[in-house]
Design a protein around this ligand. Structure first.
Ligand code: FAD
Ligand code: SF4
Length: 547
């Protein structure tokens, strides 16, 4: 069966803040330009997971009347607390004066980014954008001259072993004068484009964290709407890892909390999931959750290399925007506003190019336009935050950030480097003792399977596995003996299991792909880069209500 195709002026891959802001801006500037957005979730927002404390700067520019239009920003930040957790019991509150100013949240909102995306999708549709949820872009389509022609969505109805089932439907091609890739952190097509067009030449490796998040409903008398709490230190530092936590009191007596584990950790015995479970037992955190009920669970990688790691964002026929290009500002732990702004600047360049009757060429002027934007400028000023944390750890790194950002406004005349890729950081398991994580108490802490259940993740079981191994033997011949197969622990959804065959006693890797929550950690952290995450059949994956 031939693939059908549809033609648009602009095709956008990904209905997150970057893709939707770009779509809206294009149509605001010129309603003659046809735009479509494909989104792999069952609906816009279903795959979005963020904190989220939201800085409304880009939204103010995109929809100055967002309040009247009913944007879901209901909770203004009322208080900011930062703690260094020193042990399982002890903590030190950081005096406000010493907090890097990037961590202050006056004027920001605690939101569900998923809900903001749902609202942005409504605005985009009202402006005439066509949005196709349940369609995963699985392939980049090229013109004969090598420029990007568009994308193809995945075939539906392919069985586990590659055979066509009765329900088979070939994917659809979407052709555009320009294609914007807005897949978020570690985009599957973005990764291919970076490699094909050598967009990362001369750049530092990208860096990542894994964020694991839950939403809790807590007793009303315990709820402090608008309170923002961040922590650093314990439990991750106990195992030589870095990262930090967030806990926000959002509306409806809900508290969101999460732990971001920096994926540069060296100890393959570390389990980010179990670190998160024990973190919730710390007195600073426990007091907010006790007596409450956990309602949602999810996980997503976060991109944090900053401008040193940002790939070139333009190539013939397309642009990378948002976290597909690493636009997150790690010093603020915020990326939604910069993702939106990068999309809006892209929109302006694309509309000008189309007006000049250009098509499928390299919109190189995007680089300058992005550099001139406040999004780039704030990333530039805070460029040393992440490398300082990696070099000197949370405490000294934060002290450095305080001097660099609060005193010198990011104008110190050097740029710190962070040259080792996260997957190259793991050391042999034999160098570390076993970690005996406490058993979950099913009140504050839980096991992986009951957690994954709350992500509502769902995949058609009879389909090819979307977690591709370049070499099927490596998990058993390399990863198991050398690193005790770390995928068993870094995957927050229990997808990877080492199973011992009863008769032979041989070990094999079992991949429970249907549990995957699309966090992309395996694609990032596998020490031999043997795992490639590809899109599963459309609509597969988590169904987050308001992450
Ligand atoms: C744990 C955590 C906490 C965070 N906290 C904050 C915070 O407090 N404040 C803040 O501002 N930022 C925060 N961020 C960062 C913020 O969420 C991101 O910077 C922002 O979501 C990036 O927007 P994006 O549009 O580039 O990508 P995303 O939001 O990731 O959206 C990408 C979209 O594209 C879709 N997609 C991906 N691939 C395909 C494909 N091939 N085909 C079709 N659709 C596809 C995805 O399903 C998704 O809907 C946090 C992130 C994490 C993980
Ligand atoms: S299989 Fe990979 S992408 Fe899926 S949940 Fe596990 S680590 Fe994340």
């Amino acid at each position: 069966m031939e693939r059908e195709y549809m033609e648009y002026d602009v095709v956008i891959v990904g209905g997150g803040p970057a893709g939707l802001a770009a779509a809206c801006r294009i149509r605001q500037l010129n309603e003659e330009v046809s735009v479509c957005v494909v989104e792999k979730g069952s609906e816009v927002g279903a795959h979005i997971l963020s904190g989220a404390v939201f800085e409304p700067r880009a939204l103010n520019e995109l929809f100055p009347d967002w309040k009247e239009k009913g944007a879901p920003l209901h909770t203004e930040v009322k208080g900011d607390e930062i703690y260094v957790l020193k042990s399982a019991e002890k903590s030190q509150k950081v005096p406000n004066f010493f907090v890097p100013k990037t961590m202050h949240n006056e004027g920001n909102y605690i939101i569900s980014l998923g809900n903001l995306c749902r609202w942005l999708a409504e605005q985009a549709e009202a402006l005439g954008v066509e949005i196709y949820p349940c369609f995963a872009a699985s392939e980049v389509i090229y013109h004969e001259d090598g420029s990007v022609k568009g994308i193809a969505t995945g075939d539906m109805g392919i069985g586990l072993n590659g055979e066509q089932k009765d329900s088979y439907m070939p994917g659809m091609e979407l052709h555009g004068k320009y294609t914007l890739f807005a897949e978020g952190c570690r985009g599957h097509l973005g990764k291919q484009l970076i490699e094909k067009f050598k967009l990362d030449e001369g750049k530092e490796p990208q860096h990542y964290g894994l964020g694991i998040k839950e939403i809790w409903k807590v007793p009303a008398e315990q709820h402090q709407q608008g309170l923002v709490v961040h922590t650093a230190g314990w439990p991750l530092d106990e195992n030589g890892a870095a990262g930090g936590s967030f806990l926000y009191h959002i509306e409806d007596n809900q508290v969101v909390c999460g732990l971001i584990t920096d994926l540069s950790y060296q100890n393959p015995r570390l389990s980010p999931f179990d670190e998160f479970q024990r973190y919730k037992h710390h007195p600073v955190i426990k007091q907010h959750l006790e007596g409450g009920e956990r309602i949602t669970y999810g996980a997503r990688a976060i991109v944090k290399g900053g401008i040193q790691s940002q790939p070139k964002m333009h190539f013939a026929g397309g642009l990378l925007i948002g976290d597909d290009a690493g636009t997150l500002n790690f010093a603020k732990i915020k990326g939604s506003h910069t993702a939106m702004k990068s999309g809006m600047v892209a929109a302006e360049c694309v509309v000008e190019a189309i007006k000049a009757e250009r098509s499928s060429d390299d919109i190189a002027e995007y680089a300058e336009a992005y550099k001139a934007s406040w999004a780039y400028q704030e990333l530039w000023a805070q460029r040393n935050f992440g490398p300082a944390q990696h070099k000197w750890g949370n405490i000294i790194g934060s002290a450095y950030a305080f001097i660099d950002i609060n005193i010198f406004n990011g104008n110190l005349p050097w740029t710190l480097s962070d040259p080792v890729a996260d997957h190259d950081q793991l050391k042999p398991a034999s160098e570390f003792p076993e970690i005996n994580y406490p058993k979950p108490d099913s009140k504050l802490s839980f096991d992986k399977l009951s957690s994954v259940f709350l992500s509502n993740t769902n995949h058609e079981e009879d389909q090819p596995c979307h977690l591709k191994l370049k070499d099927n033997d490596i998990p058993i011949t390399v990863n198991l003996p050398k690193y005790d197969e770390p995928a068993q622990r870094y995957c927050p959804a229990g997808v990877y299991e080492i199973v011992k065959e009863e008769e032979s006693g041989d070990c094999r890797l079992q991949i429970n792909a249907q549990n995957c929550v699309h966090c992309k950690t395996c694609d990032i952290k596998d020490p031999t880069q043997n795992i490639t995450w590809v899109v599963p059949e459309g609509a597969g994956g988590p169904n987050y209500p308001n992450m």
